[in-house]
Design a protein around this ligand. Structure first.
Ligand code: PLP
Length: 406
């Protein structure tokens, strides 16, 4: 089909909400590692990575060969009959988080991993504090997904509006406001849920001091500390889990996005004392933990480890920070650089959406989830030369240069 035919059918047969992202959308055809091609044969450098799922590259040959082998062997049989891939994956996760996280429950998406985390935290809370121990603490400006539980924890009106009433037992506190946090947490709190680095919310980090206070309060009030690492986890910070980069260990971690290299897979991971709060039959899934996605997830972790990709995330991420900082020095429209590793954003004084659209026309895929932030969440294979290309393209859209003091 041609681009026009695909767009016409999209408009006709998919919900209208799907068609509203860009005025002239890129219609995808194929992709390889950090590049993507549209149906007209145009090539794009990808800083967007399939909404943060393509961390080991598009169609990475190691991933592709595992998919092919597993497809021929066993595609699905459900968790009623366990498979080798799911137990090997859970074992691997426990091995890379020694003394921290020991058990996993696999889902199909990030939002389901959040739902599972809340359910687990509620059960663990009720076990130690009875029915009243059910309150949740979340952060203003956060994003946790689109189901009702996840939306209830999402601290942005633009996502919540129209769907109320949501879960009532949620108190929002401003990110990094230790006093507000102390005032909000009490013995009825069953969980503090947060993203260590806001992803969709525009790349804002929680401070170490704030996270340490979350840990201390969760311990004092026997509540679960839940980290949503769906966007910032699995290598993007230059450590395999973001919590390592901040030196604060949560009780429950939600992951998803890149873990199965673009196939649907999420998980909530927990310390044994929390995982044991859930009894057989209290939570379940038809597709979660399927052998195909789990086999790919094992390969994802192997690629990150064996190909030393975390070192590359740190090296090229550092270079990206430098180059973005240079834009702030050079252009009046560039305000601030935030993030680390390969989860970074630049705050602008001008709208970011037109820049993303103009970037597409120049062969570079940037991303923007907020009015004035251009985000960079590329595959971990990124090299300095790719950063240079992205920065060259960005410079074209930033307008007037800053006046230097004479
Ligand atoms: C931090 C965070 N939590 C949860 C989600 C929801 O994940 P999914 O879209 O896979 O349901 C996302 C998705 O962008 C996310 O960034």
């Amino acid at each position: 089909m041609t681009k026009d035919e695909i767009l016409k059918k999209q408009k006709q047969y998919l919900f209208p909400s799907v068609s509203t992202y860009y005025s002239d959308p890129l219609v995808t055809d194929h992709a390889s590692m950090q590049h993507l091609w549209d149906v007209d044969g145009n090539k794009y450098l990808d800083f967007f990575g399939g909404i943060v799922t393509i961390s080991v590259g598009h169609a990475n040959p190691r991933v592709t060969s595992k998919i092919k082998a597993q497809v021929d062997k066993l595609q699905h049989a459900s968790m009623v009959f366990p498979n080798e891939a799911v137990v090997a994956l859970a074992e691997k996760i426990a091995q890379i988080t020694p003394g921290e996280i020991s058990q996993s429950f696999f889902s199909n998406s990030g939002t389901e991993a959040i739902e599972g985390s809340i359910k687990l935290a509620r059960l663990a809370g009720h076990r130690v504090g009875g029915a009243a121990k059910s309150r949740l603490i979340a952060l203003e400006g956060s994003y946790h997904g689109r189901t009702f539980g996840a939306l209830s924890l999402t601290g942005q009106d633009k996502h919540r509006k129209g769907f109320e009433p949501l879960l009532e037992d949620v108190t929002f506190v401003p990110r990094n406001d230790v006093e507000a946090l102390r005032a909000a947490v009490n013995d009825n709190t069953c969980a503090i849920v947060l993203e260590p680095i806001f992803g969709e919310g525009g790349i804002f980090e929680c401070s170490v001091e704030f996270l340490q206070e979350c840990r201390a309060l969760a311990d004092r009030h026997k509540a679960a500390l839940v980290f949503d690492e769906i966007q910032c986890g699995l290598g993007r910070t230059g450590t395999i889990f973001a919590f390592r980069a901040f030196g604060v260990t949560p009780d429950i971690v939600a992951i998803a996005k890149p873990i199965a290299a673009g196939l649907p897979l999420g998980a909530f991971l927990a310390k044994e004392e929390f995982a044991s709060a859930i009894s057989p039959g209290q939570h379940g899934t038809t597709f979660g933990g399927g052998p195909l996605a789990c086999r790919v997830a094992l390969e994802y972790l192997a690629i990150v480890e064996e190909e030393n990709l975390l070192a590359n995330v740190n090296k090229v991420g550092g270079y990206l920070t430098q180059q973005l900082q240079q834009l702030v020095e050079d252009y009046a429209a560039a305000k601030e650089v935030r993030g680390r590793g390969l989860i970074q954003g630049i705050e602008l004084e001008i709208p970011s959406r037109p820049i993303v659209e103009q970037g597409i026309a120049q062969g570079v895929l940037f991303n923007s989830t907020h009015d004035t932030v251009v985000r960079f969440l590329p595959p971990f294979l990124l090299q300095e030369q790719h950063v240079d290309k992205g920065i060259r393209v960005l410079r074209k859209f930033l307008g007037r240069k800053r006046r230097r003091a004479a």
